[in-house]
Write a protein that binds this ligand. Structure first.
Ligand code: ZN
Length: 76
């Protein structure tokens, strides 16, 4: 089953990835601890996996407003 990708901040869907190995590559590239990497991927009762990443738009906002990193979600 393809892994859905969505922005962890604005919940915007960023498409899906068919190849799960590619997903682990993406996770490995994130500058996060192992525990945080575990939180990146969530799975619901139906076995649908979702990769919680940061979209380009939110990344830009966070770069300009580093204090927003303190909040898990915000509205834009
Ligand atoms: Zn976003």
């Amino acid at each position: 089953m393809a892994v859905q990708m969505k922005c962890r901040h604005c919940q915007q869907s960023m498409g899906s990835i068919e190849d799960e190995h590619r997903v682990y590559d993406i996770i490995a590239q994130q500058p996060l601890s192992v525990e945080e990497q575990h939180d990146l991927m969530t799975e619901n009762e139906e076995g649908q996996k979702t990769l919680n990443v940061v979209c380009e738009h939110c990344e830009e906002i966070l770069t300009q407003n580093p204090n927003l990193f303190e909040n898990d979600t915000f509205i834009h």
